[in-house]
Design a protein around this ligand. Structure first.
Ligand SMILES: Cc1cc2nc3c(=O)[nH]c(=O)nc-3n(C[C@H](O)[C@H](O)[C@H](O)COP(=O)(O)OP(=O)(O)OC[C@H]3O[C@@H](n4cnc5c(N)ncnc54)[C@H](O)[C@@H]3O)c2cc1C
Ligand code: SF4
Length: 505
């Protein structure tokens, strides 16, 4: 079949098996895959982007959680890691990947994190100053601007007031949603089309330059000849049943694996390649998070305004405090003390602590190809950092005039002064699973390391063992970031792709 340059062709629409040939095939259309496609097409190469999920336009988004879980989330939003705690670990399965359902928060990779990557993992390009122009290019391409006070609205402005009263380091959050009206349902996709997820920018840029996009297409194994990747065996998949349809073979000079930190190790394990180090699927890192709610004398109506508008650093830790909102029913069930009478929900504001973990987990093959098998144990150090975050948020809320705060710990209820908070957060016997913790942003499962015994990919993104197989997504991060990762993923992918373009596709 001729290469459908510039077109979007659903994998499940093929009625015969097909073979296509191009310069590069990219597995995954999320932050990493879209950035790689953008760069390669700018250089004039023909690129096929394979995506297991479907393509949705803003007007097709049903603003309901049940619809979103079924249509936009991998494993229908039910993926959890098992260990000393059950941790929900959501990720996207849609054109745009997890950026389609993210909250649009944009942070650059912190300098202290890059320094560790350079020093301990031999990643020569991990230099904040040298990367600054690439960060800027990425930010421009996806439309990053700082949240304005009129977008942030009361729940974030109260937090700002407390942060300033305590002299903490904080600011409005930069987001790639300049026209955001603050409806607060980013995790279902943006029905207004106001969020700069990569299906709205980098993917269309690549299509304009001749890329072809194949939604509903699952890559299942790598084609290798003489120790080098030469393509991918894929199948069209029916989007809801996930059943395989026609076999689609993509032959290419380079294969870019950008299936995310769960999908990429699963693809490598299923293909039985690049795992001489035994590191594929290991070193699963995440950002652990949990929230605190404060109740004020005034009406807050926190569901008005940017879902996450203001942040502060947690002093001395690799962690941030970020305001967040959700729809009233979420708070009515989780913080029921504030929902009797229901109008009290109008007086609350909430903020989460999100930490760069020191704990680790792993991803292994599951019984079916659309499921994952993850494990993760939360270590005491991370538990204590979360509790330090609870203290800091409570302090900020009291400084901003909160009547009481709620830590979301079962049986604890509302706390009306800081000494009550500390009595809880400094308890040494508090079980780890008492916190309503969740994990976001999986990273690290196809770790980059200059030493082939300790990592899967080299600093230029190519695997140590299979030539022309390049990994360019969150899975290559050797450590947790401590800030939301999409800008880091895109910048890392651009950096890797440019190195590959120098050696020729
Ligand atoms: C609910 C939520 C909110 C978030 N909020 C923020 C935020 O506000 N700011 C921020 O910086 N980050 C946020 N993130 C995280 C951020 O979006 C991700 O870290 C980033 O998108 C990861 O990029 P990636 O390319 O590694 O993977 P993804 O963007 O997840 O893309 C991987 C893609 O590969 C596809 N795929 C997997 N396996 C295959 C296969 N075998 N064949 C074909 N396709 C396959 C998947 O369907 C998916 O579309 C959020 C994430 C979630 C889930
Ligand atoms: S909060 Fe803003 S970016 Fe998120 S869905 Fe609503 S309008 Fe879109």
């Amino acid at each position: 079949m001729n290469f459908p340059s510039g077109q979007t062709v659903n994998g499940d629409s093929f009625t015969t098996d097909e073979t296509l040939t191009c310069d590069a095939v990219i597995i995954g259309s999320g932050a990493g895959g879209a950035a790689a496609a953008w760069q390669m097409t700018q250089a004039g190469l023909s690129v096929a982007v394979l995506e297991e999920g479907r393509k949705f336009e803003p007007h097709q988004i049903a603003t309901k959680q049940s619809w979103a879980l079924r249509n936009l989330y991998a494993e229908r939003g039910t993926s959890v890691s098992m260990g000393n705690i059950f941790l929900p670990m959501a990720r996207g399965r849609v054109v745009g990947g997890s950026t389609f359902l993210n909250a649009a928060i944009c942070f650059r990779t912190p300098k202290k994190v890059l320094d560790v990557w350079q020093r301990d993992y031999g990643i020569d390009w991990a230099d904040a100053e040298a990367l600054a122009p690439t960060f800027e290019e990425v930010e421009r391409a996806i439309g990053v601007t700082k949240t304005r006070p009129d977008q942030a609205k009361t729940h974030s402005l109260l937090f700002k007031q407390g942060v300033e009263a305590l002299g903490l380091e904080g600011d409005f959050i930069s987001r790639n949603a300049p026209a955001c009206i603050g409806c607060g349902i980013c995790q279902f996709g943006c029905p207004m089309g106001f969020k700069g997820s990569v299906d709205r920018n980098l993917i269309p840029f690549a299509l304009q330059k001749g890329a072809a996009l194949f939604p509903c297409t699952r890559a299942v194994s790598l084609l290798v000849e003489n120790g080098a990747a030469v393509g991918v065996e894929a199948y069209g998949v029916e989007p809801l049943s996930e059943e395989r349809r026609r076999k689609l073979t993509f032959r290419a000079k380079k294969v870019f694996l950008c299936a995310g930190s769960i999908g990429s190790p699963l693809f490598l394990l299923r293909s039985g390649v690049a795992n001489g180090s035994g590191q594929v699927g290991e070193n699963l890192r995440v950002h652990l998070a949990a929230g605190v709610v404060g109740r004020f004398e005034q009406v807050v109506d926190m569901w008005h305004g940017a879902q996450q508008g203001y942040y502060a650093h947690l002093p001395g830790k690799n962690a941030v405090l970020e305001t967040f909102s959700a729809t009233p029913e979420v708070f009515a069930t989780q913080y029921s003390e504030y929902s009797k009478p229901l109008k009290h929900l109008r007086d609350i504001a909430s903020c989460g602590v999100m930490i760069g973990d020191v704990s680790k987990g792993s991803v292994k093959l599951a019984r079916t190809e659309s499921r994952s098998n993850m494990s993760y144990d939360v270590e005491r150090e991370d538990h204590l950092t979360l509790l330090a975050g609870f203290e800091a948020i409570s302090r900020v809320y009291f400084a901003a005039g909160a009547r009481d705060v709620h830590l979301g710990i079962p049986g604890v209820g509302k706390l009306s002064k800081m000494s009550d908070v500390e009595k809880i957060t400094r308890r040494t016997d508090l079980p780890v699973d008492e916190l309503a913790m969740y994990a976001s942003h999986p990273m690290g499962t196809v770790r980059m390391h200059a030493d082939k015994k300790l990592g899967v990919v080299k600093p230029d993104g190519e695997t140590h063992e299979v030539k022309n197989l390049i990994v360019a997504d969150a899975s290559v991060f050797p450590t947790s970031l401590g800030v939301n990762p999409q800008i880091s993923v895109m910048t890392t992918s651009v950096t890797i792709t440019r190195q590959q373009l120098k050696v020729g596709a």
